[in-house]
Ligand binder design. Structure first.
Ligand code: NZQ
Ligand code: ZN
Length: 381
């Protein structure tokens, strides 16, 4: 196990009805005025919006609103939020939604404290030195954005889907009430499951040093996600399954699984972001297409870990069976597993590879993931 620093300053408030206390959590942090950020309307349909407003009012927290954040969130919407925050002396950003809403809130939090173009941070032109505090009420569990400092957004002009990371963006408080997730569509439940599995396996397969303890946490996350997804597809209101799914998802990308590992990276995410950027595919759907193809391409480079995966997750000694069974499971829960399933034409591979290669450079992975290699992987999809 390597040396590491693990610091995660996010306070999690987990469980039934916790969202009703959001006003108190903000008040305790001395917040006077928030920018409330949400998506396309699910929070209004299921009554969560009223509960949040009620809690803010009871605690004398003033607020402005930014609605209409879309999945694969857009820089143009974030700029709207930054202007609102600057014009209205906002002292914190409150995200109510899934990863897209939280990532937008984080980007606004950075932009509100910066005089230049917030995109500078995404292309490494500027370093994050300051941000407004971020609070979240999660309505969908997948990304672990509720407990990490990452934000991934899409520049709608340049079609680049890039990310930022800073501990300053770790939410101060995140509310995770699994009950709020009962209305998530089966489609997005499946995409969320794939996303959590993706977060878990990226470093698991690519790290040069990967302690057994870390492998066991990852395997536990994967098994929990697979079991609970199957329960939830049958019964979306199963609270315990929803709760275990949500907490496993949070552990998937909050810094726990890679602590003590060395040399891991995120090739599946790197390639997937181009599917989302160019074809507006949901993140988890794109991952379900990329992962089996990448596994087939990569397996020889870490054969013992692929054998371990097959054994621990699918009770087989054959690494190829592990890959096949995972692919079949993605298919079974309703995720696309080929480019054509995701309505992406074969002719699109070239421009996808060009787009992904740019990300590969920004993420410092271009020595391995050249344009030609990305084409080779996508051809297996
Ligand atoms: O907009 P509304 O109406 O709220 O609908 C949303 C949206 O259409 C809906 N939804 C959310 N909660 C719901 C609900 N519908 C009914 N009931 C509820 N309770 O679900 C749809 C998808 O929401 P979205 O926020 O896009 O999903 P997710 O949480 O999967 O976030 C995906 C985004 O996160 C990024 C992805 O790239 C993608 O842009 N990621 C963020 C990461 C991070 N910050 O650490 C890491 C990830 O790897 C990922 O890249
Ligand atoms: Zn992801």
């Amino acid at each position: 196990m390597n040396n590491f620093t693990y610091y995660n300053p996010t306070k999690i408030e987990f469980g039934k009805e916790k969202e009703k206390n959001i006003g108190e959590y903000l008040k305790q942090a001395d917040v006077k005025k928030v920018l409330l950020v949400y998506g396309g309307g699910s929070v209004k349909k299921n009554g969560l919006y009223e509960k949040i407003i009620d809690s803010l009012n009871k605690n004398n927290i003033e607020f402005e609103e930014l609605s209409g954040v879309v999945s694969n969130p857009l820089l143009s919407k974030i700029n709207e939020g930054i202007n609102l925050a600057k014009e209205n002396k906002i002292s914190a950003v409150l995200a109510v939604g899934g990863g897209s809403v939280v990532d937008s809130a984080k980007s606004i939090a950075v932009g509100a404290k910066y005089d230049g173009d917030v995109w500078d941070f995404f292309i490494n032109k500027s370093q994050i030195m300051e941000a407004l505090p971020v609070f979240t009420v999660m309505t969908l569990s997948a990304t672990a954005s509720e407990m990490n400092g990452n934000a991934v957004i899409m520049n709608d002009e340049t079609k680049q889907k890039y990310s930022i990371a800073s501990v300053l963006l770790n939410p101060v408080v995140s509310v995770i009430n699994p009950e709020l997730m009962a209305t998530v569509s089966k489609e997005y439940l499946a995409y969320s499951a794939v996303d959590v599995i993706a977060h878990s396996i990226e470093v698991y397969f690519t790290a040069k040093v990967h302690p057994h303890f870390n492998s066991r946490i990852v395997e536990s996350i994967i098994k929990t996600i697979m079991e609970t997804t199957e329960v939830l597809l049958e019964n979306p209101n199963d609270y315990n399954a929803r709760a275990e799914f949500a907490w496993a998802a949070t552990q998937g990308l909050n810094g726990l699984t890679p602590a003590g590992t060395e040399g891991g990276n995120f090739p599946n995410h790197m390639i997937e972001h181009s599917l989302s950027a160019l074809y507006n595919v949901a993140h988890g759907a794109g991952l379900a297409v990329v992962i089996p193809a990448w596994m087939k391409w990569y397996k020889e480079q870490n054969i013992s870990q692929f054998k371990r995966f097959a054994r621990e997750i699918f009770n087989s000694d054959d690494e190829n069976v592990g890959i096949e069974k995972l692919e079949q499971w993605f298919n079974k829960i309703g995720a696309p597993i080929t480019l054509s399933d995701a309505n992406i034409p074969k002719e699109g591979i070239g421009s996808l590879a060009e787009n992904a290669y740019e990300t590969s450079k920004v993420w410092g992975m271009d020595k391995i993931y050249s344009k030609e290699i990305i084409v080779e992987i996508l051809e297996k999809a």
